[in-house]
Each structure stands twice: as C-alpha cells, then as structure tokens.
Design a protein around this ligand. Structure first.
Ligand SMILES: CC(C)(COP(=O)(O)OP(=O)(O)OC[C@H]1O[C@@H](n2cnc3c(N)ncnc32)[C@H](O)[C@@H]1OP(=O)(O)O)[C@@H](O)C(=O)NCCC(=O)NCCS
Length: 287
C-alpha cells in the first residue's frame, strides 16, 4: 500500500556474541531483515566529514551498517526528513525502496557496509531529486489552526453516523459546539489541529488532558474519500512530533473495539493495549 515513509526506516539491533578475543555479530537472510540479500558492497577510505549516497531506489531494499567508525544517514521521503546516526557495528538501518538517502559526516576510517536486496541495475536508481518527488507524488499534508471553517466541517463530519460511531462521539448541539469553540483559547491542557490534504480540509486531530508528560491522543479523518490510503499514519506521525516538541513522553488513547482500521494503525505506530474494556481498548505509547 502506497510508498513507505521515513518512519518505515528502522534501526535494528543485531546483537553480538562476546568472546574474550572480541565480539561477533551475525546477519542472516529471513531472520535479520525483511528481504533476501543479493548484493554486498562497502564504502571505505572516505575522507572525514565527507558525504555519499543522495539517491533513491525504486525496488531495492538496503541495510546499512557502520562496520567501523560512524556516519549519519539523512532520510527523506519527499515530505518528512529524519537523520539516523550509526556508530556501532552491531546496529543496522533498514531503508525500504522509495526513500531518498544520503550518508553524511563520515568519521575518518569509517566503513559503510551495505546489504542490498537486488543486484546492480541502473534503472532502479533515482538520482535526481525533482524526479524523486514526481515519483513519490507526495501528498501535501499540513496541520493548520482549527478555525471556524473547521468548526463548520466538524459539525458535518461528527454528525455522519459512521464517523460519529467510530469516534464514539455523543450527541451535541450547535450551541454546545460554539461554547466549546470559544473556550478553546483558554484551555491549557488541550491542543487541536485541522488537517489539510492538498487544498481540502480533511479532519481534526489533537491532544487532550495534557498533564506533566502525558496526554490523550485523539483524531479522525472526516472526509471519507481519504480513508484507507495511508494518510492516517502520516498525520499521526506529525501529531507524535508535536507531542515530542511539547515535551511529552507518553500518549494514550481510547478506541472502540469495532474500529479495526484505527486499532491496526495505532498498533503499527507502536501503541499497545493497556486496558481491555467491554467494548473499547485503552492503548499507550512511550515517545
Ligand atoms: C482511523 C483513521 C485515522 C485511519 O487512517 P487511514 O488513513 O484511513 O488508515 P490507513 O489507510 O493508514 O490504514 C491503517 C491500517 O489499517 C489497515 N486496515 C484498513 N481497514 C482495516 C480493517 N477493516 N481491518 C483491519 N485493518 C484494516 C490498513 O491496511 C492499514 O494497515 P497497513 O498500513 O498495514 O496496510 C481514519 O480511517 C479515520 O479517521 N477514520 C474515521 C474516524 C476514526 O475511526 N477515528 C479514530 C477514532 S479512535
């Protein structure tokens, strides 16, 4: 489904076996990475502070290991960027296809070991960044302030029987909604964003009950045509970043059991069930 994002690039602890004479780390097809290795190459004799890479692959998965020394990997999916620091031979970074990656800031004497899922094919490379963006056709997702326009949209969205049911929203009147909207600027423990997909208002996401280092996450895509396209994950990752910027270290949420899509999404993002109610779960994630 869709393209992978930088949040699908994972750092894997490969473990090590300790001997008196030194350490041993093993990587194997099937168990270590989600692909079979067809090609191995390594970059060495790179001057300190130098950069390499700066391309994307269409099909090829790569697994990077700092076999010696250290370097950073700058990851970019056209919308989000992440920088991963590799400085131990028992750590590996899995980069799925469709991610623009560069290795930067090599320490002197560093060796970058690359295990790849495909043999060399020039046609698999995207070396031009504009071409990469076109290839990704990156959806433009933005968190914006929750204004009157979104208030009006929310009225329609939350009165749609399906959205109302899935979000477990009770009945409310126009007056109650207005009162709530006017109280927003005074609520210290509450953050709320409207979400735009392209030029369209698409949904509402927020953090409630912010206290000390935790908060309750909640949110919904109100425009149904955007459901099931992977947008939920992208939006939630933006909210998780906002939560980190607020200094939060834990988020929890409540979801009805009859909402398998939302539950799957939350599990994929690292939430786990901490309370199993009659018809709902409470899930939690450390940031
Ligand atoms: C919940 C919501 C945010 C999910 O966002 P989305 O962009 O539609 O979800 P995605 O397309 O990313 O799907 C999430 C995952 O659930 C899976 N999924 C979809 N429908 C599913 C179903 N019926 N059963 C199990 N898994 C399902 C998808 O395959 C995807 O997993 P994948 O990435 O491994 O393929 C969005 O659908 C929404 O807001 N729905 C209406 C309101 C709501 O439910 N809000 C949450 C209240 S707690």
């Amino acid at each position: 489904m869709g393209h992978k994002t930088v949040f699908d690039c994972s750092v894997i602890d490969l473990g090590k076996v300790h001997f008196d004479a030194g350490n041993l780390t093993v990587v194997e097809n099937d168990s270590t990475f989600p692909f079979d290795v067809k090609r191995v190459f390594y970059l060495f004799d790179i001057a300190g502070g130098e950069s390499r890479g700066a391309h994307a692959h269409k099909e090829c998965h790569q697994f990077l290991i700092a076999a010696s020394g250290s370097f950073e990997v700058a990851l970019d999916d056209g919308k989000f960027k992440r920088q991963v620091y590799l400085n131990r031979p028992d750590l590996g970074l899995h980069i799925p296809p469709g991610i623009w990656a560069s290795e930067v800031n090599f320490s002197s004497g560093a060796i970058c070991l690359v295990l790849a899922s495909h043999t060399y094919t020039e046609a698999d490379y995207i070396r031009n960044y504009d071409e990469f963006l076109k290839y990704r056709m990156v959806p433009d997702i933005q968190l914006v302030s929750y204004d009157k326009h979104f208030l009006e949209k929310s009225w329609n969205w939350l009165n749609d029987p399906e959205v109302k049911y899935l979000t477990n929203t009770g009945d409310f009147t126009r007056e109650q909604q207005q009162k709530w909207f006017q109280s927003l600027p005074t609520l210290q423990n509450y953050r709320l964003w409207g979400v735009m997909i392209g030029h369209e208002p698409a949904g509402v996401f927020g953090l409630k009950k912010i206290e000390n280092s935790s908060a309750e996450y909640w949110g919904y895509i109100g425009e149904k045509k955007f459901w099931g396209n992977g947008y939920g994950k992208l939006i939630m990752n933006l909210i998780l970043d906002e939560a980190r910027h607020l200094g939060l270290t834990m988020l929890w949420l409540r979801v009805i059991k009859a909402n398998p899509r939302a539950i799957k999404l939350y599990e994929k993002l690292g939430f786990s069930i901490i309370e199993d109610g009659e018809d709902f779960y409470i899930m939690q994630k450390n940031l």
